[in-house]
Design a protein around this ligand. Structure first.
Ligand code: MN
Length: 234
């Protein structure tokens, strides 16, 4: 007998895949914090890779928003920020994956935005509180279609973001503090990575605030474009 539910269950969260009719069903959304030196410095928290390990936060899969959308300017913030990021799409299970084997669980990549209530994130950070209200924001995990690149490790490529046509972020993926292999190796010590997991790899310097009506466009060389229009206040 088919399972019955008290109310309709939430739909499967998924992304289109370039060149395929099938969609990429999304499991978890992981985000690497402070993974470009110049961004860590602008956040007032420089990173010493020799003495530190990467850190992560997560967002609910329900925050995933397909590139091209118009989403409301969120409630309870006066400092809503863009962060342009390269996104990894995991295609195979992986636990305690060695860096040299990391390519094996990569299905592909996407271009993403880690939209952030910066005022609430920094207030939480400075009080030692969780970042959820600053980061796990409705509609805040913006993502392009997934580009199949199975087994490929992206080591370099321009990463750029503009607001209303004006360039705000311009860096290169070769500036990642912890690279693709190192992120998979480290994160998979804590989680059994699964097909459908997305890993946002961090943002370069130049983050900033948006206003209702702003149009954000970004790209990662060799992957593709991402866009978001900020709608009226929620
Ligand atoms: Mn980020």
């Amino acid at each position: 007998m088919t399972q019955r539910y008290l109310f309709p269950p939430a739909p499967v969260v998924a992304l289109p895949i370039r060149g395929l009719a099938e969609q990429f069903p999304v499991q978890r959304l992981f985000f690497v914090g402070r993974n470009y030196h110049a961004h860590a410095v602008e956040m007032g928290k420089p990173v010493d890779k020799s003495a530190e390990r990467p850190f992560y936060f997560t967002k609910s899969p329900q925050t995933l928003t397909l590139s091209g959308a118009t989403t409301p300017y969120p409630s309870e913030t006066a400092n809503y920020h863009f962060e342009m990021e390269l996104v990894m799409a995991i295609g195979k299970p992986g636990f305690r994956v060695k860096a040299e084997d990391a390519h094996d669980i990569i299905y592909g990549y996407a271009s993403g935005l880690d939209m952030t209530r910066r005022d609430l994130q920094l207030a939480a950070r400075d009080k030692g509180r969780p970042w959820d209200l600053g980061k796990d924001v409705e509609h805040s995990a913006v993502c392009s279609e997934v580009v199949p690149m199975p087994g490929q490790v992206i080591e370099r490529g321009a990463i750029e973001l503009s607001v209303n046509g004006q360039v705000k972020q311009a860096s290169n993926v070769d500036q990642l503090i912890w690279n693709i292999r190192e992120i998979i190796a480290d994160l998979s010590l804590f989680y059994h990575l699964q097909p459908g997991d997305l890993i946002y790899t961090g943002t370069p310097e130049g983050v900033g605030a948006v206003q209702p009506g702003d149009r954000i466009t970004g790209r990662v060389e060799g992957v593709g474009d991402v866009a978001l229009t900020v709608g009226p206040k929620a």
